[in-house]
Design a protein around this ligand. Structure first.
Ligand SMILES: Cc1ncc(COP(=O)(O)O)c(C=O)c1O
Length: 442
């Protein structure tokens, strides 16, 4: 069975994360609880950063914080020298609360509101990644009205779609994001953006998919964007100083997954950019990337308590836990696969196949179908691995289940970074029928 990051098993047969016994964590914080192995996060951040540094390349590694957004993770990202990718006013507000260095915040999103864009200007953030023509006109207007400089990138869709082991190249991409590179939209956006007072067009951005294992997909994207940059150099003597290749670096959820090391992706894409820049005498652009999952995915483990059990003879045995699709929607949403262990029985033989079900009123609320684990009884601690990305950040209150607590564990120490929701929290926005409120207060 694979353990991740600093995970070990102690003499009591308990899972240990960040030097802390998982059983103790459950006693202190209750379950469900998401435990982040922050040393693994730090290691990944350093691996990405150093792979660029080692090759003498200027770069920014921006944590794509949609994967898991909280004040503490932003503080950690800042400590590790990362930049930050936010996609909404809410994520930007969280970054401001964490006092994240504004010049390293990049703002994404396909429908940023006027209010959100003004907020980005208020905070004087590092860069807005402009996604569409409406946004471009709004950003222009705000910059001109405020007489305030703003760096921008144009997000383009290069017609490359990549998932896991495959990538396909299409004439144009069926995506709600970005300016299409092949049908002229990107050229039109460039014409509108490259010469506007107060707007500094730094370059291009693309994000080609998620959970990608093939460095070739990124190489191909780098080449496609560099080709366009070279066209604009020839036509307008315009030099892009930044090439942002997005996120999507894969992680190992199960043994079928075979991700590369961060350095492999980075070195290969760096080489493509370096070689093309040399061939075309193009000043070497800074490379920006935006890993989300690969920074937090396998650093997170969710601990649940096992509850009811139901055997369907000859079919399967369901073991229900005290959370489910409300704290991890990924299996129900896109059939995501995970592995599990019984965290208080790590030395027992893994001789039992169970389906780990959630407690939501939804038949599809199964976290893992046919998990192979040690024999499990009510009260045992069920650990589901690699739940650090797109779980808590996608969590909701379906069935009015409170969202779990989140803790950081490192070097035998632990701390609460998001407290468990209470029933009071869940009803805090509700108004009584008898209050007759007719207008939102500002
Ligand atoms: C623009 C952009 N950048 C980065 C990411 C992060 O991707 P991942 O978590 O797969 O690294 C995403 C994910 O959706 C994205 O849309």
């Amino acid at each position: 069975m694979e353990l991740y990051g600093t995970q070990t098993v102690n003499e009591k047969g308990h899972l240990v994360i960040g030097g802390v016994d998982a059983v103790d964590i459950a006693h202190v914080y209750g379950t469900p609880v998401v435990v982040y192995d922050t040393k693994l996060f730090r290691k990944r951040a350093a691996d990405f950063r150093q792979s660029f540094e080692k090759n003498g390349m200027k770069a920014q590694v921006a944590y794509a914080s949609k994967a898991f957004s909280s004040i503490a993770i932003y503080e950690l990202a800042a400590e590790e020298g990362l930049s930050l990718d936010v996609v909404s006013g809410g994520e930007l507000f969280t970054a401001v609360k964490a006092d994240f260095p504004r010049e390293r915040i990049h703002f994404h999103g396909n429908n940023k509101s006027y209010m959100e864009l003004n907020y980005a200007f208020d905070e004087n953030i590092g860069c807005i990644v402009v996604d569409n023509f409406l946004e471009l006109s709004m950003v222009k207007e705000i910059a001109l009205t405020r007489k305030q400089n703003m760096n921008i990138l144009l997000r383009v869709t290069p017609g490359i779609e990549a998932h896991t082991h495959e990538f396909i190249t299409t004439g144009q991409e069926d995506s709600k994001f970005g300016f299409d590179l092949k049908n002229g939209q990107a050229d039109e956006a460039f014409e509108l953006a490259h010469d506007v007072p107060y707007l500094q067009l730094l370059g291009l951005h693309c994000h080609i998919g998620s959970q990608i294992f093939e460095a070739d997909a990124f190489n191909h994207a780098a080449e496609t964007l560099m080709e366009k940059m070279q066209v604009w150099k020839e036509s307008h003597s315009f030099i892009c100083t930044v090439l942002n290749l997005g996120g999507g670096f894969g992680i190992r959820y199960t043994e079928e997954d075979e991700p590369l090391e961060p350095s492999q992706y980075v070195e290969e894409m760096g080489k493509v950019v370096f070689d093309l820049a040399k061939r075309w005498n193009y000043p070497l652009p800074e490379i920006w990337i935006e890993p989300g999952r690969s920074l937090v995915g396998d650093a997170g483990t969710t601990l649940y308590t096992a509850g009811s059990e139901k055997e369907v003879p000859g079919v399967r045995t369901y073991v229900a836990v005290d959370g489910g699709m409300s704290d991890n929607i990924r299996p129900a949403l896109y059939d995501a696969k995970y592995t599990a262990a019984i965290a208080n029985k790590m030395l027992s033989p893994r001789d039992t196949t169970i389906t780990i079900a959630g407690k939501c009123c939804e038949s599809g609320d199964k976290l893992i179908v046919d998990a192979v684990v040690a024999s499990v009884s009510e009260g045992d601690l069920v650990a589901i691995f690699c739940t650090g990305a797109y779980t808590y950040s996608m969590a909701g209150n379906y069935n009015r289940l409170p969202r779990p607590a989140v803790i950081f564990a490192e070097d035998g120490d632990h701390q609460l970074v998001i407290r468990r929701e209470t029933y009071e929290d869940i009803t805090r926005l509700d108004l009584s029928l008898h209050q007759k409120v007719r207008k939102e207060s500002k």
